[in-house]
Design a protein around this ligand. Structure first.
Ligand SMILES: [Zn+2]
Ligand SMILES: [Zn+2]
Length: 862
């Protein structure tokens, strides 16, 4: 939803008040920019799936009534849980995952464990400018973008064992229905006003331009950066309104847009203030302090009318004659996604959402989303005059930072959801580490050595060790252990007669009470800490009792100790289930218990009281399963490996991978046939049977379309530290946009206004959001520490073709990437001892002479 905000900085010129409302203050139309620019996107984004809604659940949930959706039950605690909807066009990183989706999952699992009637709703937020822009860049429809990323999100959350009851998408028809119904009520109740604003319009593209689709000269004196974006100048950092840019141009077609009036609808927040304050007064007892503070400061600064419509196509259409060509602004429609996704889950969704007497709404989000959930969304619902279930408890996280810096989606820094599953570190370890590090009151830091320390000392040496010691001893054959059967207590022997057992039971029971107290308040990190303290108690108990000695010296007492200890194992597995469901599955398997029947922490069933008598939890004679170690040590070299692997941005990682691939190609070349590009294709005879399509032409250097180009402008890629974006004249009507990974090697000034050799018939590729329409040729030394541009003579004509004497023929229109033409030829492109750029021994030649590099001899050219 976020993206919309920046786009909302419209200038209001006049206001016509539709609904008899008072006048607006103009400056008020914008959210505080720092907030607005990152709304949702930063803290979470989920993408829409191909199916209008998907469900994924842990296996044990799935076994439960999948077909019959849960509805509120009178007399029970009915808990509706939501996680902020991740924005669809990104891969979530670990900071996003802990920020809402995982945190809400822990709480949802806890509720189920306690026997509450809880559902967990989430989905991808799909509408808005960001998706539209991305679709334009990738040359596909917004829906295709959403389908693609929804699937990515879905996979990642499945891997992380997130137990959604419904994981939907805001592009579902239910969204349109619910959103339009809410709008109509707001309109009828006269909470909406109309305003004329001014926005840039491109006559060529026939559309109003979102902020990020406008570029121009920065108005800041002394900056005057000529590619400032409509929402912000990248050079001086100033937040901008697109109408402030000098000589603005449309990013799509480069034409000059004009200022045009456009009417929009506004939600009259100031008029709803009284209702809102009443709600906040009644409810905020259970809000976290960061939520209370943010909300208070919003109210203190005064509420402003907020624009709820946009000149876009990809959104929920506004059901109003005058506004039929507009859609709702994402900030307005995205929270409604919680409702519409519930409507996908059950047609009786109103039993959850319009039932405040019987339903408690818990919402999880990152700190940047607070005002949307404490001010905007409740105001919207209150304005309908209907009896909505409003948020009771809000759980807000700060940020998780990565090693030295911030996780950044746009910069690709950090570990992403899809990276985590490519490590050998199991999901329960990831969940544990993220949750012990949950940024509840302040930002926290992800580091690999910290993950290693927590895994090795807390999970392996404490928890894993305790459980494994108990189960392995019970599993030992008669004479050394109990032959896998839970021992019976000797007659007359009670815990009363054994002080360590009595004390252990008291402490554990106290811990369980504390655990519940913390979890009820959604202090998840604290809950986890308490559960782990029980494991420490267990280890201390085993040491104190010296069960291995008791087995020989006092067998009845040893039976009491082991029966008690295995009861503690069971308690631990239950308490840890919300945090590490896969671990609990495994421990239950080793205990030979079914999670469906035995996983529970309900008051009604007396589960909590069992903690006072752990020796009575498992029945004597019950046979346990096969004990196995639960965790594996993470070694120093593994840590070093991961640290390197995930260093830098994703773009850097791609370049590193490419460099690796280059080395491999280098190796391959030695064994590859390549003779002047002559006969390489196999003779027809081997292609037995019917001849298929035309034979693939032989791979010869003349198929490459290399031209002399002039870099008219080069700048840093806005979203990738290692990339430049250049505008290069290659003799065509329009310059081409080219993205090159040269930042580390060539200073920006040296890129400007320079003649280069450009490969023009590669298939265009999008690099971090910008489509690269050609490739600049450069040479690198063997260890890739030095890179230089291949330069044509200064008098070569811009646009002329670079040829290879002896290899005549026309270039392909576009090289078929599947045939690896470029890849095959590239291995023979090198600078020679005289610094001349060559294919084998044939120089790259122009009408003005050969092309050269400045200092790298025998460098590989690509
Ligand atoms: Zn500037
Ligand atoms: Zn345009």
């Amino acid at each position: 939803m976020i993206q919309g905000f920046s786009a909302c900085k419209l200038t209001v010129t006049s206001h016509t008040l539709a609904a008899s409302l008072h006048s607006l203050s103009l400056s008020s139309l914008t959210l505080s920019p720092s907030l607005s620019r990152f709304f949702w996107r930063r803290s979470c984004s989920i993408s829409p799936a191909a199916a209008s809604h998907l469900r994924f659940q842990s296996p044990e949930m799935a076994a439960n009534d999948r077909k019959t959706p849960k509805l509120p039950v009178k007399g029970k605690r009915n808990i509706l849980i939501t996680s902020a909807l991740p924005y669809v066009n990104n891969v979530p990183h670990l900071g996003n995952i802990i920020g809402c989706v995982l945190s809400a999952d822990v709480y949802a699992r806890y509720c189920r464990l306690r026997g509450y009637n809880a559902i967990y709703i989430c989905g991808t937020d799909e509408y808005g400018t960001a998706t539209e822009t991305k679709a334009m860049e990738e040359n596909c429809s917004p829906k295709e973008i959403c389908d693609k990323y929804h699937a990515i999100h879905k996979d990642i959350y499945e891997w992380f064992d997130i137990s959604f009851d419904e994981f939907g998408r805001t592009s579902a028809p239910q969204q349109t229905e619910v959103c339009q119904a809410i709008f109509k009520r707001l309109l009828d109740n006269k909470w909406l006003s109309e305003n004329t604003m001014q926005q840039l319009y491109c006559d060529t593209c026939k559309r109003f331009l979102a902020d990020r689709l406008v570029e121009g000269i920065c108005p800041t004196p002394g900056c005057e950066y000529d590619s400032a974006r409509g929402d912000q100048c990248e050079k001086c950092g100033k937040l901008l309104n697109p109408t402030e840019l000098k000589t603005p141009r449309c990013k799509v077609c480069q034409n000059t847009p004009r200022i045009r009036d456009t009417d929009h609808l506004f939600l009259e927040l100031p008029l709803l203030r009284e209702k809102l304050e009443k709600y906040i007064e009644e409810v905020k007892g259970s809000w976290s302090s960061n939520a209370k503070q943010t909300t208070a400061s919003w109210l203190r600064e005064g509420l402003k009318p907020r624009c709820i419509t946009r000149d876009l196509k990809w959104g929920v259409p506004v059901p109003h004659e005058k506004y039929s060509d507009k859609v709702f602004y994402v900030w307005f429609d995205a929270p409604i996604g919680y409702v519409s996704i519930t409507a996908c889950y059950t047609t009786e969704w109103e039993k959850w959402w319009k039932n405040p007497e019987n339903v408690e709404l818990y919402q999880f989000m990152g700190k940047d989303n607070v005002p949307f959930h404490t001010v905007m969304f409740p105001s919207t619902l209150l304005g309908t005059g209907e009896n909505w279930t409003l948020m009771k408890t809000i759980s807000v996280t700060e940020y998780l930072n990565y090693e030295a810096g911030k996780f950044s989606k746009s910069k690709g820094i950090g570990v992403f959801g899809n990276d985590a599953k490519d490590t050998n570190i199991p999901v329960e370890v990831w969940r544990y580490y993220l949750l012990t590090n949950r940024p509840e009151v302040s930002d926290t830091l992800f580091t690999w050595p910290d993950l290693q320390a927590k895994l090795n000392s807390e999970l392996l040496n404490n928890l894993g060790n305790f459980i494994n010691r108990v189960l392995s001893f019970i599993a030992k054959p008669e004479g050394q252990g109990y032959d896998s059967a839970i021992p019976a207590l000797a007659d007359g022997l009670s815990s009363e007669s054994h002080d360590p057992t009595k004390k252990l039971a008291e402490r554990i029971s106290a811990y369980v009470d504390q655990y519940i107290e913390e979890m009820e308040k959604v202090r998840l990190k604290q809950g986890l800490k308490i559960a782990m303290a029980i494991s420490t108690e267990g280890n201390g108990y085993l040491q104190e009792c010296e069960f291995w000695r008791l087995y020989k010296e006092n067998k009845p007492l040893c039976s009491l100790v082991m029966k008690t200890a295995v009861g503690v194992v069971y308690i631990l597995a239950c308490l840890l289930e919300p945090f590490m469901p896969s671990l609990t599955q495994e421990v239950f398997k080793q205990l030979n218990l079914s999670t469906e029947l035995h996983l529970s922490l309900c008051d009604e069933k007396g589960d909590v009281n069992k903690a006072k008598i752990p020796w009575e939890i498992l029945n004597a004679g019950h046979k346990i399963g096969k004990p196995q170690p639960l965790f594996k040590e993470l070694k120093d070299e593994d840590v070093e490996f991961y640290r390197k692997k995930f260093a830098g941005s994703q773009a850097d990682r791609i370049l590193r991978a490419e460099a690796e691939a280059g080395k491999v190609a280098e190796e391959l070349k030695k064994t590859k046939i390549s003779d002047g590009g002559k006969k390489k294709s196999s003779s027809k005879s081997s292609n037995d049977g019917k001849n298929k399509a035309a034979p693939e032409p032989e791979i010869t250097i003349s198929r490459l379309d290399i031209r002399v180009g002039l870099i008219k402008k080069a700048q840093k890629h806005p979203d990738a530290d290692s990339l430049y974006v250049e505008e290069i004249d290659v003799g065509e009507e329009q310059p081409r946009t080219v993205v090159s990974g040269l930042v580390k090697y060539i200073p920006l000034e040296e890129m400007q206004n320079r003649k280069v050799c450009v490969l023009c018939n590669l298939k265009p590729a999008t690099m971090r959001g910008i489509k690269s329409q050609a490739m600049v040729l450069a040479a690198s030394n063997s260890d890739h520490t030095k890179v230089e541009l291949v330069e044509p003579p200064s008098s070569a004509k811009v646009g002329e073709r670079v040829t290879f004497p002896g290899f005549e023929g026309n270039p392909d229109e576009l090289l078929n990437p599947k045939k690896k033409v470029w890849e095959t030829l590239q291995v023979d492109l090198q600078s020679n001892g005289e610094l001349v750029a060559c294919y084998k021994d044939v120089p790259l030649t122009t009408s003005a002479g050969v092309c050269k590099v400045s200092s790298i001899q025998n460098g590989s050219i690509r």
